[in-house]
Design a protein around this ligand. Structure first.
Ligand code: BGC
Length: 423
């Protein structure tokens, strides 16, 4: 029997500006990638040229049968220098929103997806107490100009990512496993040199370079909380019809006997401590890729026999339904799955991943949990931050020499689930 989804379910795919647009020259990532001795595997360069090809990409998404597109607006383009707002950048994103409208695609806009203007880093970045007001000012500008075209907004993508990064750094320092989010911490002296150069490039002390993808102090975490709160109240004031949320990266955190306390602590750090700041949000953006399992000594390694993705994650699509269920026990809000996907060059495994993940979501819906959408990560193969273009998450393959788009079978597969509104 076909398992049905709610009639108004949002079916879509996600991207992030820096990963797809190309030539994001005023962002901190651009500077970090182009620095001599950079820890990035390669430069984003013209990425997949989505800044120019967005109309074609949105039309493709819609042709598969999808009805929503989650993308991010780039702060470094809108406000390339502090207080200077770029009209052409606003008009560009107006065109993107209109392309969604022309294709009957609901836009879901993220206002910050990891990359940050270089000037903000010079001013203390994500540890500065001034950042929430500066972020809210940028959000206000965008919403004044474009708010009426934006039905859903995510203020900050993966507001909890610094917690995962801190854990990775700690594991590495104690001789543990390699970085999972792609920060290559193998060579510490190369790292030190890089950070010296980075400090010089930003014109601040190397320890004062606080880009978004870094470990955060307690005060830095406060900066994130406040940035969301201040942005949310500004957006509400300016665009009361826009639904507002933030997104968190959530593993399905599991334990074996003896690991329960570790797991409970991880759920607190990654999710529960954010609850007070989301109380007045309209929806919750959930992002999930795999699970983690805790034992009496802490995090357990992935079993050697387990299937792994290109990212080194365990192939475990069942995680999505489990996380939705956990979240719904603590938060009575509509849940939008803003990212879920798999880095693989085997598209059949992507199809199987989507099917299992969606069966889990449908089971949650049939239990009465209000899941309102599923945005697959990602629409296009793209720039996976420090790991460059080698990790292929996309429904669409891109030949970067010609920028030709080649939809994969998984794109049509997800599209047909969307058209039938059932799996
Ligand atoms: C991020 C994306 C990233 C994806 C896959 C998420 O953490 O939001 O920017 O590409 O995971 O690693």
């Amino acid at each position: 029997m076909a398992l049905r989804f709610p009639e108004d379910f949002l079916w879509g795919a996600s991207t992030a500006a820096h990963q797809v647009e190309g030539n994001n020259t005023n962002s901190d990532f651009w500077l970090m990638e182009n620095l001599e001795g950079s820890l990035f595997k390669e430069r984003s360069g013209s990425a997949v040229d989505h800044y120019r090809l967005f109309k074609e990409d949105i039309a493709l998404l819609s042709s598969f049968g999808l009805n929503s597109y989650r993308f991010s607006i780039e702060w470094a383009r809108i406000e390339p220098e502090e207080g200077q707002f770029d009209r052409a950048a606003i008009e560009h994103y107006r065109e993107v929103l209109l392309a969604c409208r022309n294709n009957n695609v609901t836009p879901i806009v993220t206002l910050h997806h990891f990359s940050t203007p270089q000037w903000l880093i010079r001013e203390g970045g994500w540890e500065s107490p001034e950042t929430p007001a500066r972020f809210a000012r940028y959000c206000s500008h965008v919403m004044k100009e474009l708010g009426e075209l934006i039905p859903y907004v995510c203020t900050i993508n993966e507001a909890n990512i610094s917690i995962g990064i801190a854990k990775i750094i700690k594991r590495h320092q104690s001789g543990g496993s390699q970085a999972q989010v792609g920060i290559n911490t193998d060579n510490m002296s190369q790292m030190q040199k890089y950070f010296m150069a980075l400090g010089q490039a930003f014109g601040v002390h190397p320890q004062q370079v606080h880009s978004f993808l870094g470990a955060r102090s307690e005060k830095g975490l406060e900066v994130i909380f406040k940035s969301h709160l201040e942005a949310r109240s500004a957006i509400r004031r300016i665009s009361p019809n826009t639904q507002i949320g933030l997104t968190l990266s959530l593993y399905d955190i599991q334990s074996i006997p003896g690991g329960e306390e570790h797991a409970a602590h991880a759920w607190h750090e990654e999710f529960l401590q954010f609850l007070p700041y989301m109380e007045d949000d309209d929806f919750f953006g959930l992002q999930n890729y795999t699970r983690t399992v805790y034992g009496p000594e802490g995090l357990l390694p992935i079993p050697v026999e387990a299937e792994k993705t290109q990212m080194g994650n365990e192939y475990y699509p069942e995680a999505l339904g489990a996380v939705v269920r956990f979240v719904s026990k603590h938060l009575e809000k509509p849940i939008m799955i803003t990212e879920n996907g798999i880095a693989t060059d085997n598209d059949e495994r992507r199809i199987a991943f989507v099917d299992s993940a969606l069966k889990g979501v449908q089971a949650c819906i049939s239990e009465g949990i209000p899941v309102i959408g599923y945005m697959h990560w990602s629409l296009l193969d793209n720039f996976e931050w420090q790991l460059g273009f080698s990790k292929t998450f996309g429904l669409i393959e891109v030949d970067r020499t010609t920028q030709e788009r080649k939809p994969k079978p998984s794109a049509y597969h997800l599209g047909s689930i969307a058209r039938n509104n059932s799996i």
